[in-house]
Design a protein around this ligand. Structure first.
Ligand SMILES: Nc1nc2c(ncn2[C@@H]2O[C@H](COP(=O)(O)OP(=O)(O)OP(=O)(O)O)[C@@H](O)[C@H]2O)c(=O)[nH]1
Ligand SMILES: [Mg+2]
Length: 362
């Protein structure tokens, strides 16, 4: 683990503390150890350094005192800000987007996952490359613009766009194969159910509990990247397929959303979404909203959804009169309270899936 400094600036837009805690979890998941946490308030970012000169001094001292190797910002930095900070701090400076990209790169296991991560990284890099040179253009007042630097930049750009093209075509081939597999699955199966939700909500734990599988579970963000699907055997309704999917996060970098579109779109093709929520989190209401926003972006807003309040072992008071299933006035299931860890409420979920399977059967 390398020592990291985390910086988060409050621009007065709400849920600041939760966002900062999340950055700590992201840093941990990427393999960094947060030893210095700096916060501050501003009305808008400083153009050159994002933070003000006072905060910058504080950071410079802290870096010496705590043997810090990497500085992580809870924001999107412009290429110029990132470069200025790296010069001033003599350390690698990472913004929230590249931190998330880094975690994805560490976790990618499948061929498709690796391609998607590479595509997202190149897309991120290409925006950096373009603008990384504008400061030189300005400094040199336009003279010498066609020097070796510019040629190198042009070559880099061409290499990147060539590689992006190759990755896109490989991914679209895989997407076609997914389509074929899905149609076969549709023919054989009556209902496909996807577990979706905020990262670390407990989707994989619930998936394992339901299917007696052993997929990777960890108190980390983005433990799961690749979708895993299994047959679920229920007494009343057979042929249900359930899938564990990649978790979502607030402000998911748009490069990732576009690169992972194929994986994310798998959820669109489900007949039912089980939206897993970490009920023990103080910001779970906000997380539900974030997940629904992303579902909207990928065209899955109209897929029937049941909210699952997980980790109820830590919040037993949420269960209404001991009944794990909550229905609306029309008798439709609204949400379920359960604990994937202890198994409490799991039977109710089996019943609900069976009930839905029967009602949605084609
Ligand atoms: N107390 C408690 N902890 C739980 C419960 N379900 C999951 N957890 C814990 O929550 C953490 C995250 O669980 P995962 O199943 O990996 O969560 P996930 O939603 O798959 O996360 P990502 O794949 O990272 O998006 C792990 O430390 C689990 O042990 C539960 O019902 N109660
Ligand atoms: Mg998972």
């Amino acid at each position: 683990m390398i020592n990291a400094a985390l910086i988060s600036i409050d621009f007065g837009r709400g849920s600041f503390q939760a966002g900062f805690e999340e950055l700590g979890a992201l840093a941990n998941s990427a393999g960094a150890c947060p030893v210095l946490m700096l916060t501050g308030r501003r009305s808008s970012p400083n153009a050159a350094y994002f933070i003000g000169s006072g905060k910058l001094k504080e950071l410079q001292c802290g870096i010496q005192d705590h043997n810090i190797k990497i500085v992580i910002f809870n924001h999107t930095l412009s290429p110029a800000q990132q470069r200025n900070l790296e010069y001033a701090l003599e350390r690698r400076v990472v913004d929230r987007t590249s931190l998330i990209l880094d975690i994805f790169a560490q976790r990618a296991r499948s061929y498709e996952g690796k391609l998607q991560v590479e595509l997202a990284q190149l897309q991120y890099m290409s925006t950096r490359l373009v603008r990384a040179w504008t400061h030189l253009e300005r400094q040199k007042g336009g003279i010498g613009l066609r020097g070796p630097g510019e040629t190198q930049l042009e070559t880099d750009r061409q290499l990147i766009s060539k590689r992006i093209k190759i990755l896109r075509s490989k991914l679209s081939k895989l997407k076609r194969q997914h389509g074929i597999q899905r149609r076969q699955r549709d023919r054989n199966c009556k209902l496909s159910v996807s577990l979706v939700g905020y990262t670390n909500a407990g989707k994989s734990t619930l998936f394992n509990a339901l299917t007696k599988e052993k997929t990777y579970v960890a108190n980390q963000l983005f433990a799961t990247l690749d979708t895993t699907s299994r047959r679920l055997y229920l007494r009343e309704a057979n042929n249900v397929v359930i899938s564990d999917t990649v978790g979502f996060i607030r402000d998911l970098p748009h490069q990732l959303v576009s690169a992972f579109r194929a994986t994310l779109e798998e959820t669109v093709h489900a007949d039912l979404l089980l939206h897993v929520v970490d009920a023990s989190s103080a910001v779970h209401v906000n997380q539900i909203q974030q997940v629904n926003d992303i579902l909207c972006q990928i065209g899955a807003a109209s897929v029937p959804q049941i909210i699952i309040f997980n980790k109820i072992d830590q919040k037993p008071e949420l269960i209404n009169q001991g009944n794990p299933i909550k229905r609306n006035d029309h008798g439709n299931i609204e949400c379920i309270f359960l604990s994937a860890r202890t198994g409490q409420g799991l039977n109710a979920l089996y019943d609900v899936i069976a009930e839905k399977a029967l009602s949605l059967q084609k």
